[in-house]
Design a protein around this ligand. Structure first.
Ligand SMILES: *Cc1c(COP(=O)(O)O)cnc(C)c1O
Ligand SMILES: [Zn+2]
Length: 413
């Protein structure tokens, strides 16, 4: 159990005790005042042995319990979260001029997205805090993940998703028994409504960025990637970016491993945004190392999970990536759809558009000659079955046949 030393505002630097504030820094407000969870790293460094995880850790993200903000293992759900496969695809690496390429398939989580890493943590926090109802706004995955993890407990879930959320994600919500509100508006509108409702009705809010514990769950992908490679991290890693929470978690995970002395360097973390939804990439380009300047936009992209015009974790996503020497790239919707097909046919991993966006970023950087001889990791954050209609746009149609061998022969000619 990680002993939290405090919550630090990423804008003004104010330090709060673990129970002083619920969500964000009161003086900086919900957008700029996102909080960073800090532990007693000196004590952790002295007491933890990285090799012990390899010997006896459970095959889930709970192997890193001492680095997570939960008080005990009392509320850990039975669902297996994390410890997702890491595929070493050497043929593809060679074709792209890389020394190695690793695909981390987070579509293999219980509700089929990376979001399970955070939902599992927040469901525990809600129980520790005696909050009977959890809520969140989501483009789809965070919600279906929260609903799934809450379903294994006595918590109730109230969900706000945009009316346009993909069918499979809405179905997941209903199957898990969540109370679902399809909001007439964008994700950004749904987000504000969820925050208002949480405040008005006393629900625990899981929405990205506002809840400081989200990034803690989201850091475990980085911890796993490092451990699965025997603590020899790749030169560069790619991840799709919407609100900026997942990339912040990945940066924080690597940074903590470095502080503990378990890895000797932090990989270059490359955030991949869709061209029609890239406010973080824009803010990053303008960042001077002091104040984060940003502008909200009306976002539009086929990658629904990263279609975010008003990114809530933008301060962390800009500052962390800057501090650790990462960067941002943007890719077109066409490149994202193409990457779904290439990833599936080259590796056997079927990603939803936002997951494939990370692969599209890798392909673009490789094509530009920026990765010559480098080792790379790609986080595939969501399963392709969550949004088959996007993938169907770029594949052919199957052949309808009479049930006879003759008919098959005709078609094979
Ligand atoms: C949420 C999500 C992302 C991006 O995470 P952010 O924290 O919003 O930046 C990427 N891919 C998938 C599949 C997601 O569900
Ligand atoms: Zn502050």
């Amino acid at each position: 159990m990680g002993t939290i030393r405090g919550l630090h505002c990423v804008t003004c630097g104010a330090a709060y005790g673990p129970n002083d504030v619920e969500y964000t820094c009161p003086s900086c407000g919900p957008r700029r005042g996102t909080l960073e969870v800090r532990y007693d790293y000196e004590t952790l460094k002295a007491s933890l042995d990285r090799d012990a995880f390899q010997r006896s850790g459970p095959r889930s993200q709970w192997r890193y319990l001492p680095l997570l903000p939960v008080e005990s293992d009392a509320y850990i759900q039975p669902l297996r979260v994390g410890w997702t496969p890491l595929y070493n695809v050497s043929d593809v690496a060679a074709r792209l001029g890389l020394s190695a390429l690793y695909i981390k398939d987070d579509g293999q989580n219980p509700t089929a997205s990376y979001k399970d890493r955070a939902s599992s943590v927040v469901v525990i926090k809600a129980q520790e805090k005696n909050k009977p109802v959890v809520t969140c706004a989501s483009t789809g995955n965070a919600a279906s993940s929260l609903a799934g993890f809450a379903a294994s407990t006595s918590l109730e879930t109230v969900i706000f998703v945009p009316e346009t959320a993909p069918e499979a994600k809405v179905a997941q919500l209903l199957v898990y028994g969540a109370r679902v509100f399809l909001v007439k508006g964008s994700y950004d509108v749904a987000y504000d409504l969820a925050a208002e409702a949480a405040e008005a009705f006393g629900w625990y809010n899981r929405s990205a960025a506002v809840n400081p514990f989200m990034v803690e769950g989201k850091k475990t992908g980085a911890l796993e990637l490092a451990e699965q490679l025997n603590w020899q991290v790749p030169d560069v890693v790619f991840v799709g970016v919407g609100d900026g929470s997942v990339i912040s978690g990945i940066c924080k995970g690597f940074a903590e491993l470095k502080m503990l002395g378990w890895i000797d360097r932090i990989p270059e973390v490359v955030g991949v945004q869709a061209e029609g939804s890239a406010p973080i990439a824009v803010a990053f380009a303008a960042y001077d190392g002091k104040d984060v300047w940003f502008e909200d936009i009306e976002a539009a992209t086929v990658a629904d999970s990263i279609c975010v015009g008003k990114p809530r974790d933008i301060i962390k996503a800009v500052k962390y990536v800057h501090t650790h020497g990462g960067r941002y790239v943007t890719v077109s919707d066409e490149a994202i759809l193409d990457a779904i097909i290439r990833l599936a046919r080259e590796t056997g991993v079927f990603a939803e558009p936002a997951g494939a966006a990370a692969y599209a970023g890798l392909l673009a950087c490789a094509a530009a000659g920026e990765l010559e001889g480098a080792s790379a990791g790609v986080f595939i954050t969501g399963n392709g079955l969550k949004d088959v209609s996007s993938a169907r746009q770029v594949v052919g149609t199957p052949t309808i046949v009479e049930p006879s061998l003759r008919a098959i022969e005709e078609h094979l000619k």
